[in-house]
Design a protein around this ligand. Structure first.
Ligand code: ST9
Ligand code: ZN
Ligand code: ZN
Length: 323
């Protein structure tokens, strides 16, 4: 259809140009239906949480949200996408298990998209290009085919380090079995057999609500934290310091800093644990020697950058956190 349109009117040169310039919009209806069900089921889960579910099931759901989030923040993000620290194999096993519970695609795919997001931020090659609006950067990008530039530029991303990690490769190879088991089956079975929860409460609260909530919190980093908040480190980019997202996403809302210094294992200038649970997690494992070579940025480098591109050259970054 697209090809004949382009050829009829202005020939193939025009077609190629148009394809490159315009975002690829083909909707994937299977995903629309799946995410639609997921969100309806999550709303029903909230209803059950306040009416018939046992308190143990709600506590379990919160725990699973936090554990799976760590698999994304400390695992897929800070360790595997950015190499902001190194982890010995027992910690990598823990992180890959947590990460699989989160079901945000396997680490290899997640990291490839995320490296693209940093390298080509807010262009067509950015999988969740925030210039296309809140909805697209939040969830819309998962409801349509990827822009051709993502695939094209993605081929140039160096992924050799992840291919060389046997734990990442194992997850990639067996993802089709591991993910349903850890994200859906076990979290539904455990409440039923361990504390006598009903199957319905278990499915809608511990699984549907927990999964949908953690997805939306993650997506807020791509949407809200690319729109709202202070920009104390670089006022010329959209990523922002968003405290609400930081709280919910275990410290991943300090997004202006993160885009300027993506190699910092804290993903923030300040290591305040209350607003950065992921840093607390990594620091704990650094204490017992399972995490090492933690990369940070010197105060002097941060100050110089703030003076150059920050908000009115102001070094006091707290003032623009958007509190
Ligand atoms: C999910 C991910 O939710 C969320 C990620 C969020 C990231 C956040 C980052 C923020 C910072 C960190 C903060 C963390 C905070 C965490 C807080 C926690 C509380 N380069 O994909 P296909 C190839 S996932 C190179 O089918 P389509 C690919 O290999 C939710 N190549 O594209 C394949 O080739 P081949 C659950 C690439 O057809 C071919 O292209 N998952 C790249 O356009 C086709 O690939 C889902 O729902 C690349 N970058 O479909 C699944 N990408 O055939 C959703 C692809 O040779 N995904 N290729 O193997 C899909 O259904 C589809 O991917 C699609 C696109 C419909 C979106
Ligand atoms: Zn970003
Ligand atoms: Zn990042």
């Amino acid at each position: 259809m697209e090809e004949s349109e382009g050829t009829t009117h202005n020939g193939t040169t025009h077609l190629t140009q148009r394809k490159r310039e315009q975002p690829h919009q083909a909707i994937v209806w299977r995903n629309v239906m799946l995410f639609g069900y997921l969100h309806l089921a999550a709303v029903y889960g909230v209803l059950l949480m306040f009416t018939s579910a046992k308190i143990a099931t709600t506590i379990f759901a919160i725990l699973m949200y936090q554990v799976s989030s760590i698999g994304i923040t400390a695992g897929a993000h800070r360790l595997w996408s950015h190499r902001a620290y190194k982890a010995k194999w027992p910690l990598r096993v823990i992180l890959i298990v947590f990460n699989t519970i989160a079901f945000q695609n396997h680490v290899y795919e997640w990291a490839r998209d995320h490296r693209l997001h940093h390298k080509y931020s807010e262009t067509n090659a950015d999988p969740h290009n925030a210039n296309r609006g809140f909805f697209f950067s939040h969830v819309g990008w998962l409801l349509c085919r990827k822009h051709p530039e993502i695939i094209e530029k993605g081929r140039g991303i160096d992924m050799a380090d992840l291919l060389a990690d046997p734990i990442v490769s194992f997850q990639k190879k067996y993802y089709k079995f591991l993910m349903p088991l850890l994200c859906f089956i076990l979290p539904t079975i455990l409440p039923v057999y361990c504390w006598g929860e009903s199957w319905a409460n278990s499915w809608f609260v511990a699984t549907m609500f927990r999964y949908t909530f953690s997805l939306n919190v993650t997506w807020l980093v791509n949407s809200a934290a690319h729109m709202w908040g202070g920009r104390p480190y670089d006022r010329f980019i959209n990523p922002s310091e968003n405290i609400t997202v930081a709280l919910l996403a275990l410290g991943e809302g300090w997004h202006n800093y993160h885009h300027v210094f993506p190699w910092d294992y804290k993903a923030a200038e300040l290591g305040d644990y209350k607003l950065n649970m992921t840093t607390a997690f990594i620091d704990f494992f650094a204490k017992i020697g399972w995490a090492y070579d933690l990369k940070t940025v010197s105060a002097d480098t941060v100050r110089k950058r703030v003076e150059r591109t920050g908000l009115n050259g102001r070094a006091d970054t707290r003032a623009s956190w958007g509190w």
